[in-house]
Design a protein around this ligand. Structure first.
Ligand code: CU
Ligand code: ZN
Length: 176
């Protein structure tokens, strides 16, 4: 009997430690990015929410080496061959375009990805203060929105796009 209780307690402790280690609590979402016409860029973006923070992890390949704008766009529609069906930047707060670290920026302004010589880029970004959410019913929900990777760098200045050029990959954010 004593052994059974000890074993059950040990199980509970391991379970708690596992949750803390992988921070898997809270909602998550993902987007699979496919190339727009004439491009080879593809990838995967994972979103994990904890309280008012959303951690974004992107893994992209098939890029030209260098810097590429990376945003959430207002429509989860990748049907146009050039990706323009995804609309403009997701901007629930009615802000100006800018760098993710600046005070004034769109909720969808994730900044830039930097691809290595093999055309691969990865990025981890924490969006804090409840700026975006995975809660479907909220006005600032990113569920069902688009994710776009651009041909050129986001200059963080040009309004309202960052002058990041053509859209080389597009995906739709779906809740897990
Ligand atoms: Cu964009
Ligand atoms: Zn923007």
């Amino acid at each position: 009997m004593k052994t059974a209780i000890a074993s059950a307690l040990l199980g509970a402790v391991v379970l708690v430690a596992g949750c803390a280690g992988y921070s898997a609590s809270g909602p998550s979402a993902e987007a699979r990015l496919k190339p727009t016409q004439g491009n080879k860029t593809s990838g995967f973006v994972h979103f994990q929410q904890k309280g008012d923070r959303v951690t974004v992890r992107a893994s992209i390949e098939g890029l030209t080496p260098g810097v590429h704008g990376f945003h959430i766009h207002e429509k989860g529609d990748c049907s146009a061959p050039d990706g323009t069906s995804a609309g403009g930047h997701f901007n629930p707060g009615g802000k100006h375009h800018g760098a993710p670290a600046s005070a004034d920026h769109h909720g969808g302004d994730f900044g830039n990805l930097t691809a290595d010589a093999n055309g691969r880029a990865s990025l981890t970004l924490v969006v804090a203060n409840g700026e975006i959410t995975l809660d479907r019913d909220a006005a600032n929900s990113i569920i069902g929105k688009g994710v776009i990777v651009h041909a050129d760098p986001d200059d963080y200045k040009t309004q309202p796009t960052g002058n990041a050029g053509k859209r080389v990959a597009c995906g739709v954010i779906t809740r897990n």
